[in-house]
Design a binder for this molecule. Structure first.
Ligand code: ADP
Length: 554
């Protein structure tokens, strides 16, 4: 169609010279109406000619059929052009002129200036206004006035021949003038009124269109905000059934809108549901079970949905974010701070202990050489020497922990490194009655510090062996997952209680007699230095699984 479109944005001009946007529809409707009128006229003419033998009917019969046929032909031509969607304005004017011509024909046949069919002129003017607004109404009024003037004056003053059955004496001039004035003013009034209404209609349509396009733009903006925002947005109705979740929300909770739609909030988001039931609107934080079974920390804000049009609450909206990484980082910073403080203390203490310890050990060694010592003295001195040695090792551990060596990263095969350490670990494990299972994918390369990674793997293997009673097993896996290397050390040992789980990576936390409690702190620090992370799955009596995740080296 060639209709004029409304611009999507920006102010519209006050008056448009283009045809009205729905000109096509209007012209089609007018053509339909005209066909109806033509058909009614045809019916009336047929009824008159068949049912009556009156003289005048027979003499106008041909002309009436001529007018009706012209209406049909004109309508067909209009429909043809309308379907092609072309020359709409031109068709509008052509239809208007056709209407006036048909009206003039009927008026001519039915009494000229005093014909009752002069009512058809105002109808033609209204049609002009419907199709072509005020301009159409004015032009139609002018054409109608001209046609009516020519016809009336012409036929009354003998310039145009009258149909035989109508021949009558010429109208006196005052009466003719009165008739002309009455009709012409009716035309002008109709044009003014119809033009005004048409303008008002066009204005209302334009406003509606503008409001519509503003509304469309606004809802597109809302939609794009809801879809682009990185926070999850979830809405529920007043009975706590989920009505919407945005893509970020789907991502955070690992469930799609299709899976959640219509479900009760309690099924997947019990914490939100509890907060709602207790009327705890506002901010909160909760642990959430992701679809992949991992635990996520969610920060959320609960608020009622507000519908300005209704006092009743249509439901609630929850805006939430995944704070797991943030909390992990905070915890890591806190731990680093604690480690730094403990490290400084340990280093100071270790230095202070080392010197007197060396003097003590030296003195005892000298004393042990004295010939007059009895067996009991020698036994006691051996104990002192053994414990001093243990103390010396502990002090060395503290110093390693307090002053970590510089990390030197290089591309290395994690599979080979773990394989070698398992060779060394095997005899120890066998001695303790343990089965060692190995599932090592080759090759898995990481960028790492070899000596630190050896220490890490060894600490995990030693802990697994310490925790597992004879007859148990230790399973070691190395594999890749997308961009990450996974080292998994799983034992069937005692497991770790929920209370201890939060503390085992703290320095000096140990449940073993003679343990330093530094092994896992060193593991944790090494992993952080490699840009990785560690995950732990454990429950008392069912063993523990330590998963060390390091970035792969390409
Ligand atoms: P240490 O081995 O000197 O105690 P770690 O830092 O290596 O120090 O370990 C701290 C604590 O964590 C251990 O004392 C033990 O309670 C617990 N732990 C570590 N690994 C395991 C494991 N595989 N199974 C059960 N408990 C473990």
């Amino acid at each position: 169609m060639t209709e004029a479109g409304t611009p999507a944005a920006g102010p519209l001009p006050e008056r448009s010279t283009r045809p009205a946007p729905n000109l096509y529809n209007k012209l089609l409707a007018l053509t339909g109406a005209r066909l109806l009128v033509g058909t009614a006229l045809l019916g009336a003419t047929a009824w008159l000619t068949l049912g009556s033998g009156a003289e005048f009917v027979r003499s106008v019969e041909g002309l009436l059929y001529g007018i009706i046929a012209s209406i049909y032909v004109a309508s067909l031509i209009s429909v043809f052009f309308l379907r092609a969607g072309r020359y709409l304005t031109f068709i509008g004017y052509a239809q208007m002129v056709g209407d006036i011509a048909a009206a003039t024909g009927l008026v001519y046949l039915t009494g000229g200036a005093e014909s009752i069919f002069t009512i058809l002129y105002p109808l033609a003017i209204v049609n002009g206004a419907i199709g072509l607004s005020r301009k159409g109404a004015n032009i139609a009024a002018l054409c109608a006035a001209a046609a009516f003037l020519v016809l009336s004056i012409g036929s009354e003053r003998g310039l145009i021949g009258q149909p035989v059955y109508l021949e009558h004496a010429a109208m006196p001039t005052p009466r003719l003038l009165l008739t002309l004035a009455a009709n012409l003013s009716a035309f002008l009034l109709t044009a003014a009124l119809a033009g005004y209404l048409a303008d008002a209609l066009v204005g209302a349509r334009r406003q509606l269109k503008r409001a519509e396009s503003e509304l469309t733009a606004l809802s597109a903006l809302h939609e794009s905000i809801v879809h682009s925002i990185s926070s999850g947005i979830l809405t529920i109705d007043s009975t706590q059934h989920i009505t919407f979740i945005n893509p970020a929300g789907e991502e955070i909770c690992g469930r799609t809108f299709a899976q959640l739609r219509g479900k009760n909030l309690r099924e997947d988001f019990p914490a939100f549901s509890d907060a709602l039931s207790l009327g705890q609107l506002g901010r909160g934080e909760t642990v959430f079970a992701h679809a992949d079974l991992s635990e996520r920390i969610l920060g959320y804000s609960l608020a009622p949905l507000v519908d300005p049009g209704s006092p009743a609450r249509p439901g609630f909206v929850v805006v939430f974010q995944d704070l797991s990484n943030l909390r992990r980082m905070e915890e890591s910073v806190r731990r680093s701070d604690r480690l730094a403080a403990v490290g400084q203390l340990a280093a100071g203490l270790a230095h202070e202990i080392r010197n007197p310890l060396a003097s003590m050990t030296g003195s005892i060694e000298l004393l042990a050489g004295a010939p007059q010592l009895d067996a009991n003295d020698r036994r006691l001195m051996k104990i002192v020497l053994r414990e001093s040695e243990r103390l010396e090792l502990l002090v060395r551990d503290f110093l390693t922990f307090a002053k970590p060596k510089q990390v030197e990263l290089a591309r290395l095969s994690l599979s080979a490194l773990v394989g070698e350490l398992l060779e060394v670990f095997h005899p120890t494990a066998l001695g303790a009655g343990l089965t060692v299972l190995r599932e090592i994918d080759e090759p898995v390369f990481v960028r790492g510090d070899e000596s630190l990674l050896r220490q890490l793997v060894w600490n995990l293997l030693r802990n697994a062996a310490d925790a597992t009673p004879s007859g148990g097993s230790v399973r070691v896996q190395v594999r890749t997952d997308k961009t990450e290397a996974h080292l998994i050390v799983q034992d069937s040992g005692a497991g770790i209680s929920a209370a201890d789980r939060g503390r085992i990576f703290e320095p000096f936390f140990t449940t073993k007699d003679g343990g330093s409690g530094l092994g896992l702190s060193i593991v944790q620090r090494t992993i952080e230095a490699h840009g990785g992370r560690v995950e732990l799955e454990s429950s008392p009596g069912r063993g523990s699984t330590f998963i060390v995740i390091l970035p792969l080296s390409g």
